[in-house]
Write a protein that binds this ligand. Structure first.
Ligand SMILES: [Zn+2]
Length: 400
């Protein structure tokens, strides 16, 4: 662990309450600063800013709070931030994790100008998930400034690339271990213990190029893909008709992108469909691919000329943690003490908790509320950011 090169001077004659009040102000201050920094994921939007500047700002805040901070380059110009607050005695390690990147800003007037209205803060990333990042840093600051952790260890991680391929979380679990983790994605202060996974599948149909006036020579790959799409609609209907998972509902499938053909006057020789299958616990990429290859097989049975193929392009597993797990029970106790809803829930969106969980770190998802995630009008509820921070402080004190 590299020690922090900068420790802020500790002011004399400043009481516990003053220090906590200062930490409270700094949480929302940090939130505004983070939203004001463009950290659009460059894998989603070529040429976008990436996480470098937001990582620097996050690292500076954590260092100022008294943590030992490292910037760990995961991809060119795209570092994870990992910061450690050591307790005074041995104990357990709690990891608090959030992602530094955001989706793109198409259609937004002033995405990086944080605007406050009626207790909400608007701007790209406010809800997903700079509110969660600010809550984590705020919790670390409260803990550090009120005498530090009695025991154990707090690890704060700001990771890159969650909105695309989660390179940051993959890199984090290669080098860091923890006894439990909280991912502060926006759950509206609900405790989430499960979410779906996803599988991206690429399907190709093969035709034969020919002049449009020569139907006897041409084979239409796009029309063939039409048969695939019609069959996939049935598959989706069947998936949605299954008994739902109690926390996350049913699996589903949808077409995402399609392309094929060269010009008006020709038979298309190829068509490519990219689709997404959302998975529930127990389903694997093979489950999803098997459904698509069965469709292709049936179409070939019905028409010997039909030619199609499918492959998995990318997949992330669903996540679920047993509600009897210690981190869940500790969180329930803390949330109850704070008057929050303690019923474990599922969320529909995928999170890095699946990567942490697969790496053997029992994880829950808990973060502030808001709306407009990935849309042109995104906001986070500021009081929720503070409530999230307070719950994280109590959880660290209890769990570590
Ligand atoms: Zn997110």
């Amino acid at each position: 662990m590299t020690p922090s090169p900068y420790h802020p001077p500790i002011p004399v004659r400043i009481g516990y309450c003053d220090r906590v009040a200062r930490a409270m102000d700094s949480t929302l201050h940090l939130l505004r600063d983070l939203v004001a920094i463009d950290s659009v994921n460059p894998s989603l939007v070529p040429g976008a800013a990436g996480e470098r500047h937001v990582a620097d700002a996050y690292a500076t805040d954590l260092r100022d709070a008294g943590l030992d901070v490292q910037l760990i380059e995961v991809a060119a110009g795209r570092p994870n931030v990992v910061a450690v607050l050591e307790g005074r005695a041995p104990g357990r390690t709690l990891l608090l994790c959030g992602h530094l990147d955001t989706v793109g800003v198409d259609g937004m007037d002033a995405p990086f100008t944080p605007v406050e209205r009626e207790g909400r803060l608007y701007g790209r990333g406010a809800q997903d998930m700079k509110g969660g990042l600010a809550a984590i840093a705020g919790a670390a600051r409260v803990l550090a400034s009120s005498g530090g952790l009695t025991r154990g260890r707090l690890v704060v991680a700001g990771v890159i690339d969650e909105e695309y391929a989660s390179l940051g979380a993959d890199a984090l679990v290669r080098d860091w271990r923890a006894d439990a983790a909280v991912v502060t994605e926006p759950t509206g202060l609900q405790l989430a213990v499960a979410h779906k996974g996803f599988v991206w599948i690429e399907v190709g149909t093969v035709g034969r190029a020919a002049h449009g006036s020569r139907p006897e020579d041409g084979r239409d790959a796009i029309v063939r893909m039409g048969r695939v799409l019609a069959a996939l609609e049935h598959v989706n209907r069947e998936l949605r008709g299954r008994p739902p998972h109690p926390l996350v509902g049913t699996a589903s499938l949808h077409a995402s992108m399609i392309d094929g053909g060269r010009e008006w006057s020709s038979y298309p020789d190829a068509c490519r469909l990219r689709l997404e299958r959302r998975t529930v616990s127990g389903e694997t990429p093979e489950t999803a691919l098997g459904e698509v290859t069965s469709v292709l097989h049936a179409l070939r049975e019905a028409d010997a000329e039909f030619d199609g193929h499918a492959q998995v392009a990318f997949a992330r597993s669903p996540y679920e943690i047993d509600v009897r797990a210690e981190i869940v029970q500790a969180f329930i106790a803390v949330a109850r003490g704070q008057g929050l809803d303690v019923t474990p829930k599922g969320v529909s969106f995928w999170t890095d908790a699946a990567i942490l969980g697969t790496a053997g770190i029992p994880s829950v998802v808990f973060g502030p509320g808001g709306a407009g995630l990935h849309s042109v009008s995104e906001h986070v509820v500021m009081s929720d950011v503070l409530a999230c921070r307070d719950a994280l402080v109590r959880l660290a004190e209890r769990f570590c």
